[in-house]
Design a protein around this ligand. Structure first.
Ligand SMILES: [Zn+2]
Ligand SMILES: [Zn+2]
Length: 342
């Protein structure tokens, strides 16, 4: 075989020798200008239809250029060297050296482009700016039970739930949090986020949960609903002391369906459904627990110094209780001392 252009003998490509073939063929192409969309609010970049976070502008420029380099189907890019120089704060001049392979040939092709940043709002930031929401989680206490600390804690827990969700989905955000009826109304970007948060609170606090939805209109032929999740917290919390049938119990844990309680006098455990506990009487919280000095210990009893009257009192040890220090935690109720624990 010989080259039809220069006559050189040897292997040919489309009837040309290697050097004539490479002279008249180009494998890569880059547009003169590339626009790179960046959100003016969250600074993320639109890369191949997805909004992506970059730590540095340059990395975004590299990826955008690499993604827009067109390569002929019968060739392969072996190596890509991209060099970007800032023209001004909004544009970069980019020089590309692409090492390309075609059959057994390898060549280096140079190209240049200008990448211009276009600052715009991404759909998520548009929604945030517009106070967009699809669901509301209404958190309500039972009765007056909601201390400032607890309110702050539940809001913090909800915010961190949304933050975690937003790492997995860009669509997840809290539009606003408003204090309402002794609790909070949390406005959330999606129905799934509202449902997830409501269920999370239910499972942590053993709360009651009701769902209602209303039709907001239609978009692109689809009915749009807004869903409200009412999360009513129970009257008790973990570490509270409750009275059931004249006996005192410590709330050990709460869950989506039931709570675990411990009989303070005898130490035996009891599981009760959230529904059965709905109207339980709370007689104390962890703030009411006091320290009592242990004066002596028998096989069945502890001799304690009453933390208020300083009298010596014998208190029967609950089943399975083992003292660890010189003081123990007690709860005072109607003249009696109850052992809470070490
Ligand atoms: Zn030739
Ligand atoms: Zn954005």
């Amino acid at each position: 075989m010989f080259c039809v252009r220069c006559g050189k003998e040897g292997r040919t490509y489309d009837s040309l020798c290697a050097s004539c073939y490479l002279q008249s063929n180009r494998f890569t192409q880059l547009p003169d200008h590339l626009n790179l969309q960046q959100c003016a609010h969250c600074d993320e970049y639109l890369m191949d239809k997805r909004w992506v976070h970059y730590d540095s502008d340059l990395d975004a420029v590299y990826d955008h250029v690499a993604a827009n380099l067109k390569v002929r189907k019968d060739a392969m890019v072996r190596d890509l060297e991209i060099d970007a120089r800032e023209i001004d704060r909004k544009s970069y001049h980019v020089h590309v050296m692409a090492t390309v392979a075609h059959e057994d040939l390898e060549t280096v092709e140079e190209s240049e482009t200008v990448v211009r940043f276009k600052r715009d709002a991404c759909p998520r930031c548009n929604k945030i700016q517009g106070n967009y929401y699809e669901s509301i989680v209404q958190i309500r206490p039972t009765g007056k039970r909601f201390s400032d600390d607890e309110k702050a804690e539940i809001l913090k827990r909800s915010v961190s739930y949304v933050e975690t969700a937003s790492k997995e989905s860009r669509d997840a955000f809290m539009a606003k949090a408003v204090e309402a009826h002794g609790g909070y109304d949390l406005y959330l970007s999606t129905i799934a986020l509202g449902k997830g948060l409501a269920r999370n609170l239910v499972s942590i606090y053993g709360a009651e949960y009701k769902e209602s939805s209303s039709l907001q209109g239609r978009k692109d032929g689809v009915d749009l609903y807004r869903v409200t999740y009412l999360v009513r917290l129970p009257p008790y919390r973990v570490r509270d002391i409750v009275e059931i049938g004249g006996k005192l119990y410590l709330v050990q844990s709460t869950g989506p369906h039931s709570a675990k309680l411990r009989n303070l006098k005898h130490g035996d455990n009891l599981t009760m459904t959230n529904v059965d506990l709905r109207n339980v009487k709370v007689v104390g919280t962890k703030e009411d627990v006091k320290e009592a000095v242990v004066l002596g210990e028998g096989r069945r009893e502890l001799q304690l110094m009453h933390p208020v009257t300083f009298e010596t009192m014998d208190v029967r040890k609950p089943q399975g209780f083992e003292r660890k220090g010189d003081t123990i935690k007690v709860f005072l109720h109607e003249g009696e001392l109850y052992i809470i624990g070490n």
